[in-house]
Design a protein around this ligand. Structure first.
Ligand SMILES: C[S@@+](CC[C@H](N)C(=O)[O-])C[C@H]1O[C@@H](n2cnc3c(N)ncnc32)[C@H](O)[C@@H]1O
Length: 187
């Protein structure tokens, strides 16, 4: 099974919530790692560490490394990079997703915030520029749709490793149990 890691470019310390939502989405939708490039944000590291402790892993979390180094190292190891951008090949119209899956390689997904460096569109950085529709919207929405298409929904049944807490789906009430125990913590 291919490994998928998300690289968040352009995180601003004053804009912590959006990056947190992006990273939570990456984890919940099947990624095995996340990188916040070029900047260290210890609050986000703490949030993600708590999430993995309570809701399970595995998930690698890296920060502060330059995006260029991450991309270069990834490609050196034989992985491919996919840049999510409104300007790329529309995932719904062409065969870009088929080509990505057919490559059978680990995938580094590059996601921006403000305007990304123009090099991101170049083949040295991105093997594929993929748009989730050619309208500008949100990095969280773009990542969720991309991962759901890539995994064809299987990620929504993913079992996480060693969680402390687990939600028991219920049509009417909130039920959270301690993993392996019968006691209901919240309902
Ligand atoms: C809120 S957008 C900002 C885009 C920026 N204003 C620009 O013109 O490049 C932030 C990120 O969301 C992602 N994104 C937004 N719309 C997208 C789309 N239609 N398809 C794929 N990714 C998208 C891209 O990764 C983008 O860098």
């Amino acid at each position: 099974m291919m490994k998928v890691v998300v690289l968040r470019w352009g995180h601003r310390l004053r804009d912590e919530r959006l990056t947190s939502h992006l990273l939570l989405t990456a984890r919940a939708f099947g990624c095995s790692g996340i990188v916040v490039s070029d900047v260290n944000d210890w609050d986000i590291l703490e949030t993600m560490t708590k999430i993995v402790r309570d809701w399970g892993g595995p998930l690698t979390v890296e920060m502060g490394i330059s995006w260029r180094k991450v991309v270069t190292a990834w490609k050196k190891k034989g992985g491919i990079s996919v840049h999510l951008t409104a300007y790329g090949e529309n995932i719904q119209e062409g065969n870009v997703l088929k080509r990505i899956i057919a490559a059978k390689k680990d995938i580094l997904v590059l996601v921006g915030s403000q305007k990304v460096p123009s090099e991101f569109m170049q083949s040295q950085v991105s093997d594929y520029n993929v748009s989730i529709g050619n309208q500008p919207h949100s990095e969280v929405a773009a990542l969720a749709v991309f991962l759901d298409r890539l995994y064809q929904g299987r990620e929504l049944k993913k079992q996480f490793y060693e969680p402390k807490l687990r939600i028991l789906p219920n049509p009417r009430k909130k039920v959270v149990i301690k993993f392996g125990e019968r006691d209901t913590l919240k309902s």
